[in-house]
Design a binder for this molecule. Structure first.
Ligand code: NAD
Length: 324
């Protein structure tokens, strides 16, 4: 099988590329990525040496370029990670998010339709909106979509387009809605790598509001295993929640990072809350467990330990990040 991976130079996409090259050596892979500020070719250095991997720089919303790539490569399946992915940036520039996340997805869906390729959309728990802080309710795949930010609204648009292409054209699509990932190669504007980088520099760890917002943390290695299952065994037209089962308040995440690095809690600094900030996310993952047998294997504590170690060892990469 030939798989086109869009956004493979980003955090989860890059981890997926490495997972596939290791576990699916019989397949071949093409990565299409625009290399925005979040794209990082050095994460694909080893992949580039493999004969069954090719990197192409390009924009998923460029219809001609995508069409040419499909004609050349004729992929059997496409996994779409390419996106603008940072909620804070979406508040400043919603149009860019709509162009990449919604229009870009539609360009890819059209290309899959024209060339008979399967389509796996990588989506987020944020499309469901948020839950009250108190209680243990969780979103199922049938929960209504109530996105809060321009980012999550653009992701919800792509999900709906993908499912409409299944219904209208019979295109074999699947949608994976993942919770907050963490692990190696995450751009340090996101919470966990930012906390690690700040702590390593003995600088304040900024937390929005009261630090009580709850996210369900998923180690990226577990996430890419789930995506592999969905790509290969998921039912066309279906949505799969992929959650880590690790609900943690941001304050507890900061404390865990500080503990792992033996730094004082006095580094924590509360900053004014983000507009429209979601209180809590939680996913019911009974469907993927039942149908595909996937469960997360890495505990939050082990994931934090290995992520902290990775950022300590890769200081040269993240110290270049502007604004850290
Ligand atoms: P990321 O920001 O690290 O990477 C995104 C990648 O997409 C980058 O390599 C970037 O260069 C590329 N890209 C951006 N615009 C592009 C365009 N127009 N054409 C081609 N490539 C383009 O993102 P991530 O954290 O790896 O997330 C990957 C996907 O998973 C996204 O769709 C995101 O919405 C989704 N997701 C992320 C998380 C998370 O916690 N990180 C959780 C759930 C879902």
């Amino acid at each position: 099988m030939k798989v086109l991976i869009t956004g493979g130079a980003g955090f989860i996409g890059g981890n997926f590329v490495r997972h596939q090259l290791e576990h699916r050596p019989e397949d071949s892979f093409v990565c299409l990525d625009a290399l925005t500020y979040a794209g990082n070719l050095s994460s694909l250095e080893e992949a580039m040496r493999r004969p069954n991997f090719r990197f192409v720089r390009g924009d998923i919303s460029d219809r001609d370029a995508v069409g040419r790539l499909f004609s050349q490569e004729r992929p059997d399946a496409l996994v779409n990670f390419a996106a603008e992915s940072h909620v804070d940036r979406s508040i400043g520039d919603p149009a860019l998010f709509l162009r990449t996340n919604a229009v870009g997805a539609q360009v890819l869906l059209d290309a899959c339709r024209a060339h008979g390729a399967r389509f796996l959309q990588i989506s987020t728990d944020e499309v469901y909106g948020d839950l009250p802080l108190e209680g243990d309710s969780a979103f199922t795949e049938g929960s209504p979509l109530r996105p809060s930010s321009p980012y999550s609204a653009s992701k919800a648009s792509a999900d709906l387009l993908a499912l409409a292409y299944f219904r209208t054209y019979g295109l074999p699509v699947t949608v994976a809605r993942a919770s907050n990932n963490f692990g190696p190669w995450q751009f340090p504007e996101k919470l966990i790598p930012k906390l690690i980088a700040r702590a390593l520099q003995n600088r304040p760890l900024p937390l929005y509001g009261h630090g009580g917002h709850v996210r369900d943390w998923l180690y990226v290695g577990d996430c890419v295993r789930a995506l592999d299952e969905i790509l290969r065994r998921g039912q066309p037209g279906e949505v799969y929640n992929v959650g880590g089962g690790n609900p943690r308040a941001n304050l507890d995440v900061a404390r865990a990072v500080l503990r792992a690095l033996e730094r004082p809690e006095s580094l924590i600094a509360f900053v004014p809350d983000r507009p429209g900030h979601d209180a809590r996310y939680a996913l019911d993952c009974a469907k993927i467990r039942r149908e595909l047998g996937w469960v997360p294997e890495i505990s939050f504590e082990d994931g934090i330990e290995s992520t902290v170690r990775w950022y300590v060892d890769h200081r040269a990469w993240w110290t270049k990040t502007p604004g850290l």
